[in-house]
Structures are given as structure tokens and as C-alpha cells.
Design a protein around this ligand. Structure first.
Ligand code: DAH
Length: 380
């Protein structure tokens, strides 16, 4: 008796369970449809659903769709759970239940696939559009840069000296007292040391005021015999005007060997100027004073414009002043560790910007430092 009641009970319980079981696929479908609703507008590939969508939007939607698929068909989904229940369903209802679950699964898969295809087609179309190449468009011309006029002249000067057997030497733009002054035999009291003339850093270094500093570096580095030129920037506390700029360029020359004399200096400077301006050019040396040379001379060359008869460029003098020169002072040789009893040398230096102004017939040095491309473009 007791057993019968229990059996009835169980069958009643099974029945209610089965009714609910048959309702479940419908509930799962509804949950899916609800979430899937926002993707439904993408069902047809050709529809206006994609108008205005950017590729990034389409790609994001595709990712979201893939998340939705995982949620609704993945291992932990309500659908997977339904599939597990097929085996447990009451025998008389199992087939019907299984069929409902299968249909549901197919429907979900198909809905997702339809939208996915449409989105993928659209993404492909947008990608092609982005990569579209109009081969009939004119090419874009590459804008070529220009070598700065100062560098054009520097290269010309270097070429001449290199052809004459010189090496191009470099040195720092920030120097200590030794290289900028002491080794160059510039006395403590010399006005060039004054902060009114030379720029100093707060910790006492000088921005080099002349490329002559490289003479010392070159001798220390190479030891004679040597033949070097050193082009580079120099700095002086000048107010900019048509002929001055606080930063400008110089080129230094130094030859140290046994038996070097003033004749070598004059021959070298003259030969250099002949190669630059032509064989008609004449040079002249005027006695002068520089602390690092003895004897010292400034040198001029005959005006390349009028040939020496006098014109506006040479201020009617027929001569153009170029630079300073002389025989390297024994104190300078000694400071660089060179024995003046064995070696002698000559040195010279002049402004590259000044040479640039002369050669290009410019009337203001500041043009070279303003970096106005309308000016710079003219030097090709
Ligand atoms: N350094 C000098 C200046 O800036 C130019 C100069 C003079 C350089 C005589 C030399 C030299 O090498 O021997 O005015």
C-alpha cells in the first residue's frame, strides 16, 4: 500500500516536470530572440542596415555577435543544458523534446550565421573600398630638401683643401679655458676672455670664439707632421646686424712639419684662392698681430668681381679682406706637446659665412640664419 502511494507520487512529480521540460525550448528561444533583436537589422546583406557604418563599427558588431554565439550555444549555455536533459527526459516524451531542442539549435545557428555572413560581406566591401587605388591620379612629387648655402660653400672649401692633401678635423663647440685661450697663448688680461665678448656657461666653460681651438686638439690627437682644416661654428657676443651674428662659421687651417716657413703659408693660401676664384686672382699679406702666431699676417685677395680695378663689392679698393694667418707661435706648439725646435707650422683662418656672402652677392648675413625657405630654396 505504501509502495503504491509512493509510485503515484513519483509519477505525478514526473508529469509536472515533463510539462515544464517541454516549455523550456520556447523559453530559451525567447531569451535568445530578445538579445538577438539588436542584430536582426543586419539579416539581409543588401539592406540599408549598413549605411553609414564604418569598418571599425562592423568589426565591433562581428565581435559582439561572436560573444552572443558563445553565450547562447556554448558549453555553459541554456541550450547546452537543454541538450543534456534529452537523456533524462521521460521516454514517451523524449523524441518530441529532442526534436524541439534540435530545431531550436538549428534556428539559433542559422540566425547567427545569416547576420554574420551579411556583416562579413560588408566588412570585405568596406576593406576593398579603403584600399581602393586610383591609378589615374597624378603622383605626389617628393619635396627635395636643400643644402644650406653655408654648407654648400663649406663643401667647396673642403673639396679644395682635401684635394691639396688636407684632412678635415673637428673639435668641440664648448671649450674649457685651456683650449679656448691659454693653449693659444692668449694672456689672462686679453679682452677676448671678457664675458662681454665670449659666451660662458654657468660652470665656466666657453662657447668657442674661434676655430683656432681645433689647432690644439689636432696636434694632440695626430702629432706632426699634419695638415688639417677645421670648419665649424663659433660664438661671439655681438648684436646681430647686416655683418654680424652671435653665431657664425669659420674654417681653420694648420700645417705642422719640419722646415715649414712663411713661404709655404703664402703659397698655400694663394693656391687655394686660385682654385676657388680662378688663376688670375692675386693675394697680399699685411703684417698683423694674433697671440697664437708669430709673425702674423692678414691676407686679402684681388676682387673677383672687378678683377682689381675697383667696384662696389670691394669698396673701390680692388682688394677683399679675407682672414688671419701666421707662423704658429712656439708657445702654442709647446702647449700641444710639440717641440718647436724640431717642428714649425703655419695657420690661417677665415669666415665661411663671409665667403658665402661674397660668392652669392648677399647684402645681409642674417639671411643665412633666419631659415626662410623662400631664401634657402634659391640655392640648389
Ligand atoms: N682666429 C682668428 C679670428 O678668429 C683668425 C686667425 C688668425 C686664425 C690667425 C689663424 C691665424 O689660424 O693664424 O679672428
Amino acid at each position: 500500500m505504501r509502495r503504491w502511494i509512493l509510485a503515484l507520487d513519483i509519477s505525478h512529480w514526473t508529469l509536472t516536470l515533463d510539462v515544464r521540460l517541454m516549455e523550456q525550448p520556447e523559453a530559451v528561444r525567447e531569451a535568445f530572440e530578445q538579445e538577438f533583436g539588436r542584430f536582426a537589422r543586419f539579416r539581409g546583406a543588401e539592406s540599408a542596415a549598413f549605411d553609414g557604418l564604418r569598418l571599425a563599427d562592423v568589426e565591433t558588431t562581428l565581435r559582439e555577435l561572436s560573444d552572443l554565439r558563445t553565450r547562447h550555444t556554448g558549453k555553459k549555455s541554456a541550450l547546452a543544458n537543454l541538450k543534456k536533459q534529452i537523456g533524462r527526459a521521460a521516454a514517451e516524451e523524449r523524441a518530441q523534446f529532442a526534436q524541439a531542442v534540435q530545431q531550436l539549435e538549428a534556428r539559433i545557428a542559422e540566425e547567427i550565421a545569416k547576420v554574420e555572413r551579411a556583416l562579413q560581406d560588408t566588412a570585405a566591401r568596406l576593406r576593398t573600398e579603403r584600399e581602393r587605388l586610383d591609378v589615374t591620379l597624378p603622383g605626389r612629387r617628393i619635396r627635395r630638401g636643400h643644402v644650406h648655402p653655408i654648407n654648400l660653400i663649406r663643401q667647396r672649401l673642403e673639396d679644395i683643401f682635401v684635394a691639396m692633401g688636407y684632412t678635415v678635423e673637428d673639435g668641440p663647440e664648448i671649450e674649457n679655458d685651456f683650449y679656448n685661450f691659454t693653449a693659444l697663448n692668449i694672456p689672462e688680461s686679453h679682452p677676448a676672455r671678457s664675458p662681454q665678448d665670449t659666451f660662458y656657461t654657468t660652470d665656466g666653460f666657453a662657447l668657442r670664439s674661434q676655430t683656432s681651438t681645433v689647432q690644439i686638439h689636432a696636434m694632440q690627437r695626430r702629432q706632426p707632421p699634419l695638415r688639417v682644416i677645421a670648419p665649424g661654428k663659433v660664438f661671439r657676443r655681438d648684436t646681430p646686424d647686416a655683418t654680424h651674428n652671435p653665431m657664425f662659421f669659420q674654417i681653420e687651417g694648420l700645417v705642422v712639419d719640419r722646415g715649414i716657413s712663411m713661404a709655404h703659408l703664402k703659397g698655400t693660401v694663394t693656391e687655394f684662392l686660385r682654385r676657388l676664384f680662378g688663376t688670375d686672382v692675386r693675394t697680399r699679406f699685411r703684417p698683423s698681430y694674433f697671440p697664437f702666431t708669430e709673425p702674423s699676417a692678414e691676407f686679402d685677395f684681388s676682387c673677383f668681381k672687378c678683377g682689381g680695378t675697383g667696384c662696389a663689392l670691394c669698396k673701390q679698393s680692388g682688394w677683399i679682406e679675407l682672414g688671419g694667418s701666421g707662423m704658429v707661435h712656439p708657445n702654442v706648439l709647446r702647449a700641444a706637446g710639440v717641440d718647436p725646435a724640431e717642428f714649425s707650422g703655419f695657420a690661417f683662418g677665415f669666415g665661411i659665412d663671409r665667403m658665402c656672402i661674397l660668392l652669392y652677392d648677399l647684402d645681409d648675413i642674417r639671411l643665412l640664419f633666419e631659415n626662410d625657405v623662400r631664401f634657402l630654396e634659391q640655392f640648389d
